[in-house]
Design a protein around this ligand. Structure first.
Ligand code: NZQ
Ligand code: ZN
Length: 385
């Protein structure tokens, strides 16, 4: 087993009513709270009023930071950091999904840092070590962003959607009832993102049997079963709860213990996002089958195991290659069954998009069973058009 260090700084409050029960006490040490959110869903579904009402009743000064867009931009991070400094914010409360939480993680770093955080992290390879404290109320699940300190931010001028390290949330509140207003399509694309996190960890190195992969298989089976349950009953609280916890489980580091993760598909999707501002889970759904059809022969034992343990493929009468290929096709069938897109065209991505530039700017990861070239990445993008 590879060496590892594991520690977990975020305290999780899960379940119906958790915000009402715990928010006041968790924010007690702070006075000026930045309430950060997206394009307005939380204003419509009452979550904003609930959180703001609790803070006001506790005598907090609430500083609103609205308008964090899906695929948050670096410009938005700078706007938030400036606001936090000017208003003397001493705590950031992110209320939303991966986009809002990611943006806040980097606001928390930039607000207490004179150096430009992008230059510091991406060019000087220097990581921030002090932050404004923050917490997260999750309103849409999938990314598991509330469980780690990584943030995916789009630098529009540089045309890079890249990972930065920011603050860990001190606490994460996950009330599945808050996700009931999330449109079905977004729930499904978020859940596919969770499945992708589990797959991209599972296919990372090493390939020998290990506990992390056993847990990963359980997470994948659960996500698939609960996506199917939700397809049958869009309002199922139980399925939405299970998906919310699976989302957290896939990104809290437990599945990654002792592993070098793959995340090649994520690197490709992130660059696609930098150029097209597309939906993250939908982009992954289009790319995964094309990527795996290209690489499964290089990781045959693991792809065979995936086929059998996750998709229930019977290996009897099949060669290892046939079993592994059947697992990849089961994944592709599942994507269709869920009504997820299967091409960039279906996602509404312009045919004139510069896929060569996207491919050439995609990071190549260390964990993948086959080290891709930029030409192969371009070929995959072209297959997905
Ligand atoms: O902006 P509002 O109006 O709030 O609407 C949002 C948004 O349009 C809506 N929404 C959120 N809660 C809702 C709701 N609508 C109705 N009812 C509610 N309760 O949902 C839409 C999507 O929200 P967003 O936060 O963008 O989605 P998601 O959580 O999928 O986050 C995507 C971002 O996270 C990054 C992605 O790349 C993308 O930028 N990721 C972050 C990761 C991390 N930090 O660990 C890992 C992931 O791999 C991913 O890359
Ligand atoms: Zn993801």
């Amino acid at each position: 087993m590879n060496n590892f260090i594991f520690s977990y700084p975020t305290k999780v409050y899960f379940g119906r009513g958790c915000v009402r029960e715990y928010l006041a006490c968790l924010t007690r040490p702070y006075q000026t709270v930045m309430l950060a959110y997206g394009g307005g869903s939380v204003r419509k579904n009452g979550v904003y009023d609930e959180a703001a009402g609790i803070l006001a009743a506790e005598g907090k000064t609430v500083v609103d930071f609205p308008g964090i867009m899906p695929n948050p931009t670096y410009r938005k991070v700078q706007e938030g950091a400036k606001l936090a400094r000017e208003a003397g914010v001493d705590f950031i409360l992110a209320v939303g999904g991966g986009s809002t939480i990611d943006c806040c993680k980097i606001v928390a770093a930039q607000a207490v840092q004179d150096a430009d955080i992008w230059t510091m992290e991406m060019e000087k390879r220097d990581l921030p070590d002090h932050f404004l404290p923050m917490g997260a109320i999750v309103t849409v699940s999938g990314t598991g962003s509330e469980m780690n300190s990584g943030a995916v931010i789009t630098h529009e001028e540089k045309k890079i959607k890249g990972g930065l390290m920011g603050a860990h949330s001190e606490f994460a509140m996950l009330d599945p009832a808050y996700t009931m207003s999330v449109p079905f399509r977004q729930v499904i694309s978020g859940a596919f993102d969770t499945l992708s996190h589990a797959m991209e960890t599972y296919f990372g190195k090493p390939q020998e049997n290990n506990l992390s992969d056993d847990i990963g298989e359980a997470v994948m089976r659960s996500v698939i079963a609960n996506m199917r349950a939700l397809l049958a009953d869009h309002e199922s609280y139980n399925a939405r709860s299970e998906l919310m916890w699976a989302s957290a489980m896939a990104e809290n580091g437990i599945l990654k213990i002792g592993k070098v993760t793959d995340f090649q598909c994520h690197q490709m999707e992130h660059q696609l996002g930098a150029y097209t501002d597309c939906n993250h889970g939908a982009g992954l759904a289009v790319l995964h089958p094309a990527l795996y059809r290209r690489i499964y022969r290089e990781g045959l034992p693991k792809f065979k195991r995936f086929a059998m343990a996750v998709w229930g493929i019977d290996p009897a009468g099949k060669s290892d290659e046939e079993t592994a290929a059947a697992g990849v096709e089961a994944l592709a069938d599942f994507i269709r069954e869920m009504g997820l897109p299967t091409s960039f065209h279906e996602m509404g991505i312009d045919a004139g998009t510069d896929f060569e530039a996207i491919a050439n700017s995609t990071n190549i990861t260390a964990g993948c069973c086959k080290k891709l070239t930029h030409e192969e990445i371009l070929a995959i993008f072209n297959e997905c058009r």
